[in-house]
Design a protein around this ligand. Structure first.
Ligand code: NAD
Length: 481
């Protein structure tokens, strides 16, 4: 029988060293794997591929479905797109699973009881990468959150928790401010959470949640969050557990999956046989579990835990008085291989008896709502800091149309009517036009409005339609409105 083939990339900086160590350990554990190697990262970027990956490599990734990836170096300067974000999004790897656990008393940590898993949404949010410069002064990044995107990640978090025998799922959002985007994430968490009566559920506003995570991480179990918060807080969690060098991560999609360390290519440590291969190795353990090779996963993980217990440590976790021997990358890998078949004596041992991929079906599309167009936000570039004058010109342009100016805001805060002179204004104004007498309007009216504004030399840089969905506002109010 042929071995399951996976795609491997050795990456940049410390990547080749930690990958070699990882593959040696997998082989010693008897993992059933065959490899196809692809080149990614710095060399590919510098050949002129702005995505950091050759076109021909995609075929391998799609064919093999499983990708074990060492960290890469993204060259400085503009024009290079993040390879990680491209691979995650192109292959639909929506769920980023990052376990963060402390190994007290063998690796120094302020949080001996910490053992949590961060499940980060991996495709949406500010990582949609939709950015525009709109005026002399204003730049915009769109935060895009979809209901099916929330459903996929939230369901994944609950299924993961259930399967892993975890007790609680916590959600972090900032829905007190972003009531629509983070609001839908929280709402979906409440709705899907109700289907899991055996699991405790809680929601924290991300700022106080993050503070609590840094202070008392032992009270958390599984935490699910939108992309940006998850990116930042999983690094914090890994670092306070002991070292970023220890955390592995999986990126799971419906068709493909990618496994990696959470740290980068640490170029200053490259080529010196210094780096800790544990992050990538623990990523590879997640890979074996995902591939149904639970026995091999268990063997690797337990041999690694025993090595840590025996005080055989790389420089980043070495502590006088705790560690027994400071080793380089190769010697660390050798020490793990030598302990293959052994189990830790004090640390909780790993058990992956019921290993199988956690792959969930695509959620159904949201049902179509009754959608009514009731107005439009017209964004205007105007250097003159005079909302009264802007209002006069916009009202004049719209005087014969069935829409009227309701409000002008600047960076979200209402400045007309009755703004405060203390409010700082930029050259970026939002003029909210609504159908007269609270009715509906149509795209033809908006086109006419834009033509009138253009003829009046009002510099419109974009519009955003205002809809009611089943009678509910599909837009936020201006601050102070
Ligand atoms: P980094 O994670 O590479 O390194 C930060 C520091 O952490 C290092 O200087 C080192 O002291 C320590 N460290 C990290 N991993 C270690 C390990 N395995 N063993 C021992 N010590 C370790 O972060 P950085 O310096 O900000 O980024 C370096 C490069 O990596 C950049 O080009 C960045 O774009 C890239 N990067 C890649 C990935 C990825 O491919 N997944 C992720 C993050 C950063």
């Amino acid at each position: 029988m042929s071995l399951p083939r996976i795609t491997v990339a050795h990456g940049d900086g410390i990547g080749p060293e930690i990958m070699a160590a990882t593959l040696n350990i997998l082989e010693a554990a008897g993992a059933q794997l065959a490899y196809d190697t692809i080149e990614i990262g710095e060399k590919v970027y510098l050949r002129g591929q702005t995505a950091g990956i050759d076109e021909s490599s995609w075929e391998k990734l799609i064919q093999n479905k499983i990708f074990l990836k060492a960290p890469i170096t993204t060259p400085q300067g503009g024009g290079f797109k993040s390879l990680n974000v491209t691979v995650r999004k192109s292959l639909g790897l929506y769920s980023n699973v990052r376990p963060c656990r402390s190994y007290n008393p063998f690796i120094r940590t302020k949080h001996p009881g910490m053992d949590l898993v961060i499940i980060r949404e991996n495709e949406e949010d500010l990582y949609a990468g939709i950015e525009h410069r709109q005026t002399d002064e204003v730049y915009q990044c769109l935060k895009v959150i979809s209901k099916p995107g929330c459903e996929k990640i939230v369901r994944y978090a609950f299924e993961f928790a259930k399967r892993a025998g975890r007790k609680k799922v916590t959600c972090f959002t900032k829905d007190n401010i972003m009531k629509m985007t983070d609001g839908i994430f929280h709402k979906v968490f409440d709705e899907i959470g109700a289907e899991y009566p055996g699991l405790e559920k809680e929601h924290w506003i991300v700022d106080i949640g993050a503070a609590k995570l840094a202070d008392t991480p032992e009270v958390f179990d599984v935490i699910v969050m939108p992309n940006l918060y998850g990116d930042i807080l999983s690094d914090v969690a890994a670092q306070i557990a002991g070292s970023v060098g220890l955390a592995g991560s999986s990126n799971i999609g419906e068709h493909c999956a990618m496994f990696e360390a959470i740290h980068g290519s640490a170029p200053r440590r490259a080529g010196q046989d210094l780096a800790n291969p544990s992050g990538l190795l623990l990523g590879a353990v997640q890979m074996l579990v995902h591939m149904g090779q639970g026995k091999a996963a268990e063997k690797v993980h337990n041999a690694w835990l025993k090595t840590i217990e025996d005080g055989v440590h790389t420089y980043d976790i070495y502590q006088e008085g705790i560690s027994k021997k400071k080793v380089g990358t190769k010697e660390f890998a050798k020490a793990v291989c030598q302990r293959m078949g052994e189990e830790p004596l004090k640390l909780a041992k790993a058990s992956y008896a019921a290993a199988e991929p956690l792959v969930l079906p695509t959620p159904k599309p949201a049902p179509a709502a009754k959608k009514e167009l009731i107005g439009v936000d017209v964004f205007v570039h105007e250097r003159l800091r005079d909302p009264e004058e802007i209002a006069k010109r916009v009202k004049q342009a719209a005087k014969d149309l069935p829409v009227e100016l309701q409000m002008i805001s600047n960076r979200g805060v209402k400045v007309w009517p009755q703004g405060l002179k203390e409010t700082f204004c930029t050259d970026h104004w939002r003029c909210r036009m609504v159908a007269k007498e609270g009715g509906t309007t149509n795209p033809g009216v908006i086109w006419m409005l834009l033509r009138e504004l253009s003829q009046a030399n009002v510099d419109v840089i974009k519009t955003e339609n205002l809809y009611l969905f089943n009678g509910e506002k599909g837009f936020s109010l201006g601050q102070g409105q």
